[in-house]
Design a protein around this ligand. Structure first.
Ligand code: ZN
Length: 72
C-alpha cells in the first residue's frame, strides 16, 4: 500500500506513487501533485513548512476553496 502524503503547496492529498514530482528538503521527501507545485516549493520551501504568516494562511484559505477536489 502506497502511503498517503500531502502536497505542501496546494494541500492536496495523494498517494506516494501518484506524485508527479518529489523534492528533498532538509532530509525529508515532499510529494507534489504537479511539477508546478514543486517549482513553487523550491522557490521558497520555508513558506510552506512550519511557521506560516497570517497573510499566507489567508491566501491558502482562498486557494483551497478554489481548488478542492481538483487541484490543477
Ligand atoms: Zn499541488
Amino acid at each position: 500500500m502506497p502511503e498517503r502524503v500531502r502536497d505542501p503547496v496546494c494541500g492536496m492529498e495523494l498517494e506516494e506513487d501518484q506524485a508527479a514530482a518529489t523534492y528533498e528538503y532538509k532530509g525529508k521527501t515532499y510529494y507534489f501533485c504537479a511539477l508546478s507545485c514543486r517549482e513553487e516549493f523550491e522557490r521558497d520551501p520555508e513558506k510552506y513548512l512550519g511557521k506560516e504568516t497570517e497573510e499566507h494562511r489567508r491566501r491558502r484559505g482562498r486557494f483551497w476553496r478554489g481548488l478542492i477536489g481538483r487541484c490543477h
